[in-house]
Design a protein around this ligand. Structure first.
Ligand SMILES: [Zn+2]
Ligand SMILES: [Zn+2]
Length: 389
């Protein structure tokens, strides 16, 4: 009844150009000036009202198409940040293109069916996810449902992701000649090494789905000087916010013990935002899965238990959210690599992009036109999120 594929075909060449433009101009988180402008120009051209610098973030935006008739509000989330060294190795050039494309396709039916569609540009997913601030500031509180899609090597309607906290341990010791006056020094690097060793002992006693991984970012300046300053950055991940909090407490104690044993002073801080786990919505996933099948998204597999983390997790705690993955390669593909980036430009990736835009558009239209469906999805959401508290 709604000729979705026809509407996709009308803009598909332009969508490919958009994705390629962003691929060719990879920009790191919060520096996505060209990428966000490309989306803004595209959405403006198709009749969206755009608020730039949304919630005070320079490369964020909110684009609105309002039918001025009563009805639900559906939001698509765009990402467009790249990674250092590997450009669009996470395929966010496609994520944004799919959000913008789906928003436009839905808008073409909106005057007839009523409601509103938002396309929200969400910078810096890989580092300092803007969705966290948006969720904290209530951006998603009056939105009925959020949709987006991420490229991968297989396709999944439903996903899980881990809650994550980024912790920086800074040890301050005392410099001294490492050979002639070692007793006068306090070795900050030993504080960092002690932290790693304590955490490695802790690993035996954590839930098997949790992850703790770190690097040393500063470890002294010369081998003949007792390191005065040493810094380690860690990520701690867990399947729930609750267990994350517990585990982070234990990890911090590992560093405190190392500070105590070395005499170095310890400063603990967060170097990136904390992401929540992703709340999966059964009814929403089911609807999406039916539409992914209908629109021929290939390589569909069962629920993906990803051990990564997403800032969409924070959104999923505020309103019903889907974050499907769709395959862009028939051979195994590793995210955050140049090969992954290149795969986003292949004919197969474009075929799948068209299918996922179809599935998301159809899902959006289903929610805008079927009250009972939306009610059921909201009931699922309330059920899961209220239990967490
Ligand atoms: Zn990524
Ligand atoms: Zn990603």
């Amino acid at each position: 009844m709604y000729k979705i594929n026809e509407k996709i075909d009308e803009i598909f060449d332009e969508l490919k150009e958009l994705s390629e433009y962003i691929y060719n101009n990879p920009e790191l988180g919060n520096q996505e000036f060209l990428s966000s402008k490309a989306h803004i120009d595209f959405l403006t051209k198709y009749g969206f009202e755009v608020e730039e610098h949304f919630i005070g973030i320079e490369t964020a935006f909110k684009a609105v198409y309002d039918s001025n008739k009563p009805g639900p509000t559906i939001a698509l989330l765009d990402e467009y940040d790249a990674l250092p060294g590997v450009g669009h190795g996470c395929g966010h050039n496609m994520i944004g293109t799919i959000g913008t494309g789906t928003g436009i396709v839905i808008s073409k039916f909106l005057d007839e069916i009523g409601g509103k569609v938002f396309v929200i540009g969400t910078p810096a997913e890989e580092t300092n996810g803007a969705k966290v601030d948006m969720a904290d500031k209530g951006v998603f509180d009056n939105i009925d449902a959020v949709l987006m899609a991420h490229p991968a090597d297989k396709s999944y309607a439903s996903i899980q992701s881990l809650a994550i906290e980024a912790i920086k341990f800074e040890f301050i010791g005392k410099a001294a000649h490492a050979a002639s006056d070692p007793e006068k020094g306090i070795n900050a690097l030993d504080g960092v090494i002690g932290t790693f060793n304590n955490i490695n002992a802790l690993r035996q006693h954590i839930e098997s789905s949790a992850r703790i991984h770190g690097i040393i970012t500063e470890g002294g300046v010369a081998a003949n000087i007792v390191p005065e300053r040493a810094v380690a950055n860690f990520y701690v991940r867990a399947t729930t916010k609750k267990y994350l909090t517990e585990l982070v407490g234990k990890v911090k104690n590992c560093a405190r013990a190392a500070a105590l044993s070395t005499g170095a002073k310890l400063n603990i801080s967060n170097y990136e935002k904390t992401y929540d786990d992703f709340v999966s919505n059964e009814s929403f996933n089911k609807l999406l899965l039916e539409n992914m099948i209908e629109y021929d998204v290939e390589q569909l597999e069962n629920n993906r238990t990803s051990l990564g983390s997403l800032d969409a997790g924070n959104v999923s705690h505020k309103c019903p959210t889907v974050h499907p993955m769709f395959s862009i390669s028939k051979t195994p593909l590793i995210a955050h690599t140049k090969e992954f980036a290149m795969a986003t430009l292949t004919p197969y990736a474009y075929k799948q992009m068209k299918s996922i835009i179809g599935a998301l558009s159809k899902t959006g239209i289903d929610l805008l036109t079927n009250d009972d469906l939306l009610k059921k999805i909201k009931a699922d959401f309330d059920n899961v999120v209220s239990k967490e508290k």
